[in-house]
Ligand binder design. Sequence first.
Ligand code: NAD
Length: 323
Amino acid sequence: IRHALILTTRHQRSEGERIGGQLGSRFAATFANAEMHTPVEVTEAAVQVVETNDIDGLIAVGGGSTVGLSKALSARTGLPQIAVPTTYAGSEMTPILGETRGGIKTTRRSRDLVPDTVIYDVDLTLGLPPDLSASSGMNAIAHAVEALYAFDANPVTSLMAEEGIAALARALPRILDAPSDRAGRRDALYGAWLCGTCLGAVGMSLHHKLCHVLGGSFDLPHALTHAIVLPHVAAYNTPAAPEAMQRIARALGQSDAALGLYDLARRLKIPKRLADIGMPHAGIAEAADLATRNPYANPRPVDRAALHGLIGRAWDGHPPLLQ
Ligand code: NAD
C-alpha cells in the first residue's frame, strides 16, 4: 500500500490521523465518517475520496462500524484492507457485511470481504470507555454462545467459543474496575478474536436474527441490544441445546448459562431493559412479526407467541425465563 486511506468514525478521527502520521508518505487521506449499520450513502462518499486521492489500500481503525465501511469500500473498489480493531465486535474476522439502504439492512457473505491483515494492539483499546467495553464484550460473547449451538458447529469452533466466553467473562469485570488494566484488555482482545472467528466460521441463529431486526427497525445501539437480549435467547434455547448450555455455564463459572449471562451483564452494569435504550413498547409486536417472517436455523423452533414473550421480558428488564 503506497497511498493509504485511513477510515474511522468522527469520534476516532484524531486516533486515525495519529496512526496516519506514523506512515509518512504512505498516508494519503482520512475518511472519518464511518457510521453504525454501514449506510450506503456513506460508502458512496468514501468511494469518491478513494478515486480523487488515488488510494491503493484501506486501513480501518475502529470498531465494527469502521470495519464494516472498509469491507463495503473494498467490495466496490477491490482495494486491500488492513483492520485495526478497537472494540470487541469481531467483524474483522468475518466474511459478513451488513449494509443499510433506506433504513433497510441487508447482509451478505463473501470470502473477499475478510480484511487481508488484522492488527490487534492492546494500546488502542485502553481508551474504550468501560460501558462500551462491557457491551462490546457481551456482543462478542453472543457470537460464541450461538456458535456453540450452530447447526454447522464443529469441535474446533466449539473449543474456540468456550475459550472465548471464558476469556471475556474473566476480562470484562477487570476492565470495569480498571479500564487501563493491560492484562484485562489483552484477554478481552484474545476473547474477541476467538468469538469473531466463530462468528465468521459457523451460522448464527435466533439471537443474531432478533438483534438484526431490533437494531434495523428501531435504530438501537448494536452492542447494547446484543447484551440485553442474549440471556433471554439463551434461556429460550436451553431445553433444545443442553450440551452447548453446559459449556457456556462452565465458561462463565456458573451453574446455568442463561442466568450466568444475566448475572454477568448485571456485574458489568449493562442496562436491563430494551425500553431504556430507545425501543418503543409497540415495537415488541412488530419485532415478533418481523423475526418470524422468514425461517432460519435455531435449535428450538421459534413461534411468534414465544418470541413476543421473550422480547417483552427483555423490554421490561425481567430476568430470563428458565424453561
Ligand atoms: P462502533 O464501531 O459503532 O463503535 C461505537 C463507538 O465507539 C464509536 O463512536 C467509535 O468511534 C467508538 N470507539 C471504538 N473504539 C474505541 C476506542 N478504543 N476508544 C474510544 N472510542 C472508541 O461499535 P461496534 O459495536 O464495534 O460495532 C457495531 C457495528 O458493527 C454494527 O453496525 C454491527 O452491525 C457491526 N458488526 C458487524 C459484524 C460483522 O461480522 N459484519 C460483527 C460485529 C458487529
